[in-house]
Unconditional design. Structure first.
Length: 151
């Protein structure tokens, strides 16, 4: 049985797609890709159907990480039931995830950097245009998430 992970941000074109691609690459390099089912989603409807942001695509290309083919979609209540971990990028996302899910009765909703012991948000490159900072934040959170899973 695989661990089902859903990464979530506002539009599903920058941070969550970056996290999805980076995590898929990490677990593949560890020869653990069969242990996971990984996807991403949005809390909003603004970007539905769109491909990842060119800044995310360019950053992943720069660091040699394959982009997971993806089109933005909105998180559903069914996603809450299906996934083991629903990981948001900031407190705004977390609030909206809880609204969509009707709360978090099973304790499945997390902030990515909470695994690193931080209450910081993943920097939103839609506003900062700093995909390097976002990438560093995502890697920090994902490394901590893998350590959390291995406990």
């Amino acid at each position: 049985m695989s661990i089902r992970v859903l990464f979530i941000c506002h539009g599903n074109i920058c941070r969550s797609t970056m996290a999805q691609s980076v995590f898929a690459d990490m677990v593949k390099k560890l020869h653990r890709e069969n242990e996971f089912e990984i996807d991403s989603a949005a809390t909003s409807t603004e970007e539905i159907g769109n491909t990842p942001h060119y800044g995310t695509v360019n950053k992943l290309r720069q660091v040699g990480i394959p982009l997971v083919p993806h089109r933005a979609r909105q998180m559903t209540r069914g996603d809450y039931e299906y996934y083991d971990y629903l990981i948001g990028m900031d407190t705004y996302n977390i609030r909206n995830m809880q609204r969509i899910a009707g709360g978090d009765p099973d304790g499945k909703i997390y902030s990515l950097l909470s695994f690193a012991g931080s209450d910081r948000s993943i920097a939103d490159p839609w506003y900062t245009d700093n995909f390097d900072e976002t990438y560093r934040d995502v890697v920090e959170g994902l490394n901590a998430f893998l350590k959390y899973l291995d406990k």
